[in-house]
Design a protein around this ligand. Structure first.
Ligand SMILES: [Zn+2]
Length: 389
C-alpha cells in the first residue's frame, strides 16, 4: 500500500476544511477560502492550483469581466470524477457510485458472507463496482478513490482490520492494498460506525463540528467528530462504547469476554434475550423493533430501558467531548422515539446544564444510507486533502 492510501482521510488542516466549504457547490475566491479555513493565502493558492490540475475544482464566472485575467472564483467540479463507496456488513453489503459532492449516482446492495474471507468479498466488491460504473456509462478511469466501511475494528494507519470478532480470515489483511491492486486508486478503510458518523454529518449536520453518532444494532458503538475531525484515537478504537461497564449489566457475560458491558444489556440481541426471559416470544433485535411498532408494552419498556442504559455511557461522552448533536442510528433506532427518549431522559438529567443547553439528541436522519454516504465522504475527503499531494 502506498503512503497515499495510508494518509489521513480527514486532514488536520484547520477546523473547517476546504472540502467542507466546496461541497455545497458555491463558488468562492481564494481570499474567501483562506478566511473561512483559517489557512494562509499561499497554502490556499497551492491547494487551489493542485485541485484545478486534478480537475476536481473549476473556475466559475465570467473571465472577460475581469479583463481577461483568470476567473477568481472556484467551485467543486462535482461530476469530474467518481467515488466507489461500500458498506460491508456481516451478511449484507451496500454499494454506491457517488460524485464528488457525495450524491449517489447508482446504488446496489448484495447478500455476502463476510466470513467467506477478504479475497472473496473484495473480489465481489471490485466486480460490482466496475459493473456499476458501466451501468452509468463511465469507466475505471473516472474513479478517484474508494471508501470502504467494515463491521469491525480497523487500524487507521494501515486500513487493516485488527482481531475483528465476526470477520474470520480478515485479521490484519491489507484491504487497501488488495483493492488498490485491482482498481488503481487510493482506498480508504474505516469501521462502519466511523463512516456512519461522517455520513450523518454530511446528510443532516454539515455545519456541525461536534457530533457523536451512536449505532445500536447487534453491537453498540459510536463515531466521534470533534472540532470537525473524526476522532479515531491512537489505534482506531475511539468511540467503542459497547464494552464500557454499567451497573445494571453487572455480572452479565459479554461476548468480548468481560462482564457487565453496555452491549450485553442494551444491544438488539440483549433486549430480545431479556424479553424472552419474561415470556415474550422474540428472537432478534429486528423482531423487538416490530413488537415496538405494534405497540407491545413490554417491548417498548425494554427498548426505553436500553435507551437509559446507553444514556448512562453517553453522559460520560457528553462530559468528555461536549457534542452539540448525538445522532442515534443502527437497526434498533428504528424503534423510534422510545429508544431516544430513554437516552434523553438520562443524558439531560445527569449532564451539566451548560453541556446540554444546546445539545440535540435525535434519530439518525441518514438512516440506512449513513454508512455508504460516509464511505463516500471518507474517500472524497482524502482525495481533496493536502496529504494527497
Ligand atoms: Zn463486552
Amino acid at each position: 500500500m502506498t503512503d497515499v492510501a495510508r494518509a489521513s482521510a480527514l486532514g488536520s488542516t484547520g477546523a473547517i476544511e476546504l472540502f467542507q466549504l466546496l461541497r455545497d457547490g458555491q463558488p468562492r475566491t481564494r481570499a474567501e477560502l483562506a478566511t473561512l479555513t483559517g489557512l494562509g493565502r499561499s497554502t490556499i493558492g497551492l491547494r487551489v492550483d493542485e485541485l484545478m490540475e486534478l480537475g476536481l475544482i473549476a473556475p466559475v464566472g465570467d473571465a472577460i469581466s475581469t479583463g481577461g485575467r483568470p476567473s477568481s472564483q472556484f467551485a467543486l467540479n462535482a461530476g469530474a470524477r467518481l467515488v466507489l463507496a461500500a458498506d460491508l456488513g456481516a451478511s449484507h453489503a451496500s454499494l454506491a457510485i457517488t460524485d464528488l459532492s457525495g450524491t449517489m449516482l447508482v446504488q446496489r446492495s448484495g447478500v455476502i458472507d463476510i466470513a467467506d474471507g477478504p479475497e472473496t468479498v473484495l473480489a465481489w466488491l471490485v466486480d460490482a463496482g466496475l459493473a456499476m460504473l458501466d451501468d452509468i456509462g463511465r469507466d475505471r478511469g473516472d474513479l478517484l478513490a474508494v471508501g470502504i466501511g467494515l463491521p469491525g475494528p480497523v487500524q487507521h494507519s494501515s486500513g487493516q482490520p485488527i482481531n475483528p470478532p465476526i470477520m474470520p480470515g480478515w485479521d490484519r489483511f491489507d484491504v487497501p492494498g488488495w483493492v488498490q491492486q485491482h482498481l488503481e486508486v487510493p482506498v480508504l478503510v474505516d469501521n462502519d460506525v466511523n463512516i456512519m458518523a461522517l455520513g450523518e454529518r454530511a446528510v443532516a449536520w454539515p455545519g456541525t463540528e461536534h457530533l457523536v453518532f451512536v449505532k445500536v444494532a447487534t453491537g453498540i458503538g459510536s463515531g466521534i467528530i470533534s472540532g470537525g475531525v473524526l476522532q479515531r484515537g491512537a489505534q482506531g478504537i475511539a468511540g467503542d462504547i459497547g464494552h464500557v461497564q454499567i451497573p445494571r449489566a453487572s455480572g452479565i457475560a459479554c461476548h468480548c469476554g468481560n462482564r457487565g458491558c453496555l452491549e450485553a444489556i442494551a444491544s438488539g440481541p440483549a433486549i430480545a434475550s431479556a424479553l424472552r426471559a419474561t415470556g415474550v416470544e422474540v428472537e432478534t433485535g429486528r423482531q423487538v423493533v416490530e413488537l415496538v411498532k405494534r405497540g407491545n408494552l413490554d417491548a417498548i419498556q425494554a427498548v426505553r430501558q436500553a435507551g437509559r442504559d446507553i444514556g448512562e455511557v453517553l453522559t460520560a461522552c457528553v462530559s468528555l467531548v461536549n457534542p452539540s448533536v448525538i445522532a442515534i442510528g443502527g437497526s434498533m433506532a428504528q424503534a423510534g422515539e422510545h429508544l431516544i427518549a430513554g437516552v434523553r431522559e438520562v443524558v439531560y438529567t445527569r449532564s451539566m446544564p451548560l453541556a446540554t443547553e444546546h445539545l440535540s439528541i435525535v434519530q439518525s436522519a441518514a438512516g440506512a444510507d449513513a454508512a455508504v454516504i460516509g464511505a463516500s465522504m471518507l474517500a472524497i475527503h482524502h482525495a481533496m486533502s493536502p496529504e494527497r499531494t
